[in-house]
Write a protein that binds this ligand. Structure first.
Ligand SMILES: C[S@@+](CC[C@H](N)C(=O)[O-])C[C@H]1O[C@@H](n2cnc3c(N)ncnc32)[C@H](O)[C@@H]1O
Length: 282
């Protein structure tokens, strides 16, 4: 991490414990805007679709992503990458990190589902695409779809899963959960990882999920944040900063039941704060 980034991090830590002086507040503001300008200056990646890049541009984006990874802390990559709507090079770097960091939780949560040969599976808010790649190894002869309303996420998922797309097993759509380009009763399984926090209207969006799920199909909502005693201050800060929905266990049951789901089961991984809410379309 460079000196300015590390100074900013120190000030942020200090602010969690005690109030900053006016001088420190000014310094923090100046550091933030300096770092943001550097990141903005790097951001050319979303000006045209990735498939139109020349080899030199492709290399440039790879170098910039590497530079971002070296120079900025995880938290800064997340802030610049916009987890609620990943954007540009910073978004790409963040999605790459999430592909790794969400892996153990995703694997744990998916192990609760029983897949059948030939299942058709949807991932909502597919981000960097690792969950779809994982699903493709769990479902024999499966067919897969991903949707995400962020263009950067759609491109990242496509790039991560080019072989699945070439094999005709995966399609990726730029669309919101609120209005999905699928017919009624299309999927045997639907999953969503770390995305429901940002859906515009959870109750009506859940009805849309229900619509495209087959009768008897399973929906699995996976998250590493849910409302319960003892959430650390850093998590509470993120909830506020990104305006994240944060339901408690009763809140999930309420909405799932209202939507019409049956057999609701909540799995919680002790010591990790991971939650997986499983349910069946009646
Ligand atoms: C924190 S990222 C998680 C990405 C990926 N599922 C993972 O676990 O790494 C949240 C993703 O949800 C997507 N998302 C947020 N709101 C959405 C909506 N209304 N419709 C579709 N996707 C949405 C974002 O664009 C982003 O790619």
């Amino acid at each position: 991490m460079n000196k300015k980034a590390s100074k900013l991090k120190k000030l942020k830590h200090k602010q969690k414990r005690q109030a900053l002086t006016d001088q420190e507040k000014k310094e923090k503001q100046a550091l933030r805007s300096h770092l943001q300008k550097q990141i903005d200056a790097l951001n050319f990646g979303n000006l045209k679709p990735e498939e139109d890049y020349t080899e030199a541009e492709r290399q440039h984006v790879a170098d910039l992503t590497e530079k971002l990874r070296r120079e900025y802390s995880e938290q800064q990559i997340t802030e610049a990458g916009r987890p609620n709507h990943p954007t540009g090079d910073a978004g790409r770097a963040m999605l790459e990190r999430m592909n790794d960091s969400h892996g153990p939780m995703t694997q744990w949560a998916l192990s609760h589902l029983q897949f059948n040969k030939g299942d058709r599976v949807l991932d909502i808010g597919c981000g960097g695409g690792a969950c779809l790649a994982r699903l493709s190894t769990m479902v024999e002869n499966g067919s897969f779809a991903g949707i995400d309303y962020a263009k950067t996420s759609v491109e990242a998922t496509q790039q991560f899963n080019q072989a699945l797309i070439d094999a005709g097993k995966l399609e990726v759509f730029e669309a919101s959960v609120s209005d999905m380009p699928f017919k009624d009763d299309e999927f045997d399984k639907i999953v969503t990882v770390e995305s429901y926090y940002f859906w515009p209207d959870f109750e009506t969006d859940m009805q849309e999920v229900y619509r495209v799920l087959k009768s008897g199909g399973h929906f699995l909502l996976i998250a590493e944040v849910y409302d319960h005693e003892g959430l650390p201050q850093s998590v509470l800060d993120n909830i506020k900063a990104y305006d994240m929905r944060n339901l408690n266990l009763d809140g999930f049951v309420d909405v799932f039941e209202k939507t019409g789901f049956a057999d609701i089961a909540i799995h919680v991984k002790p010591g990790k704060r991971w939650i997986a809410v499983e349910s069946v379309k009646a």
